[in-house]
Design a binder for this molecule. Structure first.
Ligand code: AMP
Ligand code: ZN
Length: 327
């Protein structure tokens, strides 16, 4: 299998990576054996009660993604559009999907945040160069009329939710423009479990019901949404990136400080530390109990300004633009 070959390549470079690896990997006694091959284990995963050597770790990672993809209906006739921010999650999902043999096309939205956006773009560009991957870039300012720092001046404390809304809307539109009907994002287990906790605590049953690692396309102009990393934790993705030599942009968005989503993730990690495996049980039991609800195309109207499918009279993009114009 391809992943294994690349893992073998990486194995040769492992000694030079040991210093970095020690920061992420659970310290294991030198005699620890890999749960799969009985070779020397280097990576301990308490939530799985397992220990892996680097090669078997890559197999474990690929299997978790395969398992996640199994229930998703993935078109083979067109590439999967991978939304790449330049962070570790989206570069990892782009990498593993290509390794598993899927045709992909990356899509990066430049948010226009000084310093942060240049570094994010460069991480995407260099990953694409190294792997010979195709990608496109769109500028929020060009499409929407305002960069994120300008939008921040208007929305301040709500900036993360406004940015999330704009990214979702534009990913839909750009995907269709690129002739892709399935959008992949790098959301991981921590993102999804944190969001579920937030929605449950906020008593938002309509969002809880909709939360799923796979949402089929509800309309010909709105693509399906896939989150193939939902079975993997942030720390597991970090290890994957280190083993594969992926170099993500490290900085957090300077506008997202104090976002509530961090608090829910922290709370779950506190429980996880005392009871390993709780986070995944929490998310997976929700996913198992969730009935697949396909939103029907008939519920959509058209935005009276831009003609894009919308539930309301005006779509999310046009209503935000109107609020910006009002000042
Ligand atoms: P976030 O909401 O920033 O945690 O990002 C979640 C996912 O959305 C990432 O893993 C990416 O797949 C996608 N994403 C976030 N920001 C961008 C961006 N600027 N361009 C393209 N995709 C993005
Ligand atoms: Zn509109």
């Amino acid at each position: 299998m391809k992943t294994r070959e690349k893992g073998a390549e990486n194995k040769e470079t492992l000694p030079t990576m040991e210093k970095d690896m020690a920061q992420t990997f659970t310290e294991l006694p030198p005699k620890s054996k890999c749960s799969r091959c009985r070779g020397r284990a280097r990576i301990g995963l308490p939530a799985h009660n397992a220990r892996f050597c680097p090669d078997c770790y890559l197999q474990f990672f690929a299997n978790a993604v395969r398992r996640g993809l199994k229930r998703m209906r993935i078109p083979r006739e067109e590439p999967l559009l991978v939304a790449v921010s330049g962070g570790k999650d989206s570069l990892a999902v782009w990498d593993i999907l290509s390794e598993l043999g899927y045709a992909t096309h990356g899509l990066h939205i430049n948010l226009g945040i000084e310093g942060f956006s240049e570094a994010s773009r460069e991480a995407v560009a260099s990953h694409a160069r190294a792997g010979g991957l195709s990608w496109s870039e769109y500028s929020l300012e060009q499409e929407f009329g305002y960069s994120l720092p300008r939008i921040n001046k208007r929305f301040r404390s709500k900036i993360c939710s406004v940015c999330g809304r704009l990214k979702r809307q534009y990913l839909n539109r750009f995907a269709i423009r690129e002739n892709c009907h399935s959008v992949v994002t790098g959301h991981n287990l921590d993102d999804e479990a944190g969001r579920l906790l937030g929605n449950l605590l906020g008593n938002r049953p309509e969002f809880v019901r909709k939360q799923s690692p796979y949402l089929p396309a509800p309309h010909p102009l709105i693509p399906a949404k896939l989150k193939p990393l939902y079975r993997l934790e942030i720390s597991e993705i970090r290890i994957y990136c280190e083993l594969r030599g992926i170099n993500p942009a490290e900085a957090n968005c300077p506008l997202s400080q104090g976002a509530t989503s961090h608090t829910f993730k922290d709370a779950l990690n506190m429980v996880e530390q005392r009871m390993p495996g709780t986070k995944r049980q929490f998310l997976f039991s929700h996913i198992r109990s969730r009935k697949e609800e396909i939103e029907k195309g008939a519920d959509f109207g058209e935005c009276r300004y831009c003609g894009h499918p919308a539930y309301e009279d005006v779509c999310g993009v046009c209503s935000l633009r109107a609020q910006m114009e009002k000042g």
